[in-house]
Unconditional design. Structure first.
Length: 73
């Protein structure tokens, strides 16, 4: 394939690949995203709603603190 080269060992076994990112940038990104997802399969999951609520509560607390510390006039 154009833009893809293999590196081989002394026995002719393919050991690595060189990919021209000008031609295959999106495909390589998709492949790497898949590897990343695969590597995280055994990590504990976090409930989406709980995470959003935690972020929103944190933002509202910071907003209250910043308005208390504002100088007026």
């Amino acid at each position: 394939m154009k833009g893809i080269s293999y590196i081989t060992d002394e026995k002719g076994n393919k050991t690595a690949v060189v990919i021209d990112l000008k031609n295959y940038h999106e495909e390589v990104e998709d492949f790497l995203d898949g590897l990343e997802a695969q590597s995280r399969l055994n990590e504990p999951s976090v409930d989406f709603e709980k995470s959003v609520n935690k972020i929103l509560k944190s933002k509202s607390r910071r907003a209250k603190v910043s308005t208390k510390n504002k100088k007026i006039g």
